[in-house]
Design a protein around this ligand. Structure first.
Ligand SMILES: Cc1cc2nc3c(=O)[nH]c(=O)nc-3n(C[C@H](O)[C@H](O)[C@H](O)COP(=O)(O)OP(=O)(O)OC[C@H]3O[C@@H](n4cnc5c(N)ncnc54)[C@H](O)[C@@H]3O)c2cc1C
Length: 390
């Protein structure tokens, strides 16, 4: 059976596929999404919703470029989305503590100067009245007041609704099994026993993107995206227990408005396995208890998601080198929400022949993976100096 054609067919309905659809619809395209299950049930659902890379000064410059652009866009976009859909993604500029000590003071300062963020180094005695529940001891944290957060499931529901409102078509429970090779082009995709045609195809299947890219006869290893498991806990606590996000040693606490506190996360290269482990739970509980020693925390849920891991965390937003009507928007690794608005904008500009808002070379599939960091910054994976080690 052949389905009616659309201008653009997007494979994958996570935050990246949904945001891509929204952007393309806004600019006049007819868009269809094929999603293997319900939209927004994989990595996008599992994530924490922090709208900044964890230590942005350690992140490659191309990530910071998409971060800074998205950061400027979020407030207006959130207000608009809320007005148009009636759904509230709970975007809030809650701010973030970085409690790793000041070994990276210089690097953090350079990053703030380069990308226009503000931050303040506080003494423990100054931080204490702002966050009385936190065990500051002798930690002198960096306070980043601009950093915001969203509640992922709510943002996903709102974007899904916006896509439908704009006339996008979403086929859920429709797994794509094959991209049909038509020489230099994709000739359709096979899904649930039907063939779907479009002028242009977008691969936004998160951690599954490399597998899918290979179904047209290509090599799976060519697109270097692999699943990277992250485990997370959520606790119920009294609202106001913690007012800002807190990051230390690669782990973090995210307070929601209703008092819930998320604790994340692990970074595990264990293939497509999404099981949770006692060991990870123990690590995350210990982190939460270290920072909030007097707080009654009731564990509500423990889950895992598979991040679309790319070698440097820089996503592929690009035309496919050998298939002229196939585009990629995948490999956002730890920062899919951080970069989603800018990634969708750039993809739309490339597909719809509009001038790109930024130099697209860094996001090209086939680029060199030696990605420039911010001048004078430490390596992207440098370690912090958190006093609490897990
Ligand atoms: C524990 C954890 C914490 C995180 N915290 C943050 C954070 O604080 N901030 C942040 O910005 N990012 C965070 N991330 C990363 C972020 O969640 C991801 O970068 C982002 O969700 C990637 O979005 P995506 O749409 O590419 O992938 P996904 O959300 O995984 O979506 C891909 C979609 O493709 C579908 N699909 C797969 N195969 C097929 C097929 N054959 N046919 C049809 N559909 C298919 C899947 O079902 C899925 O819905 C976190 C991730 C985890 C796991």
């Amino acid at each position: 059976m052949t389905r009616p054609s659309s201008d653009i067919l997007i494979i994958g309905g996570g935050i990246i596929g949904l945001m891509s659809a929204r952007e393309l619809l806004k600019n006049g395209a007819r868009v269809r999404i094929l999603e293997r299950q319900g939209t927004g049930r994989e990595s996008s659902w599992a994530g924490g919703g922090i709208l900044s890379p964890l230590y942005p000064w350690r992140a490659p410059e191309p990530i910071n470029r998409l971060f800074a652009w998205s950061h400027r866009e979020y407030p207006d976009w959130m207000a608009q989305l809320k007005a148009e859909t009636g759904l509230d993604p709970e975007w809030q500029r809650s701010g973030m503590w970085v409690a790793d000590g000041d070994a990276e003071r210089q690097a953090a300062g350079n990053w703030m100067d380069t990308f226009g963020f503000t931050g303040q180094w506080l003494k423990a005695a100054e931080a204490r009245p702002l966050e009385p529940a936190v065990r500051w001891q002798d930690c002198n944290p960096l306070y980043l007041p601009d950093i915001a957060q969203v509640r992922n499931p709510r943002l996903l529901a709102a974007v899904r609704q916006d896509v439908l409102r704009q006339g996008g078509i979403i086929h859920e429970h429709t797994p794509v099994t094959r991209l049909i090779d038509d020489g230099q082009r994709i000739g359709g995709v096979e899904a649930s026993g039907a063939i779907y045609n479009a002028d242009t195809y977008v691969l936004a299947a998160g951690a599954w993107s490399a597998q899918l890219a290979a179904t047209d006869g290509g090599e799976p290893s060519l697109l270097p995206i692999e699943p990277v498991k992250g485990q997370m806990l959520i606790f119920t606590a009294r609202p106001g227990t913690l007012n800002r996000m807190l990051l230390c040693g690669g782990h973090y606490l995210i307070p929601r408005r209703d008092g819930r506190i998320l604790v994340g996360s692990t970074l595990e290269y264990t293939g497509f396995d999404k099981s949770t482990t006692e060991a990870a739970a123990g690590q995350l509980v210990a982190f939460a208890r270290h920072w909030l020693p007097e707080t009654t925390l009731t564990l509500e849920k423990h889950w895992a998601g598979l991040r679309p891991g790319s070698p440097t965390g820089v996503p592929y937003i690009s035309q496919h080198p050998h298939r002229t009507n196939l585009y990629l928007n995948c490999g956002h690794f730890r920062n899919g929400f951080v970069m989603a608005p800018a990634s969708a904008r750039l993809l739309g500009e490339l597909i719809q022949n509009r001038p790109p808002f930024t130099n697209a070379e860094a996001y090209r599939y086939g680029r060199s993976e030696a990605v420039p960091s911010i001048p004078g910054q430490p390596t992207p994976h440098g370690s912090g100096t958190c006093s609490h080690r897990n």
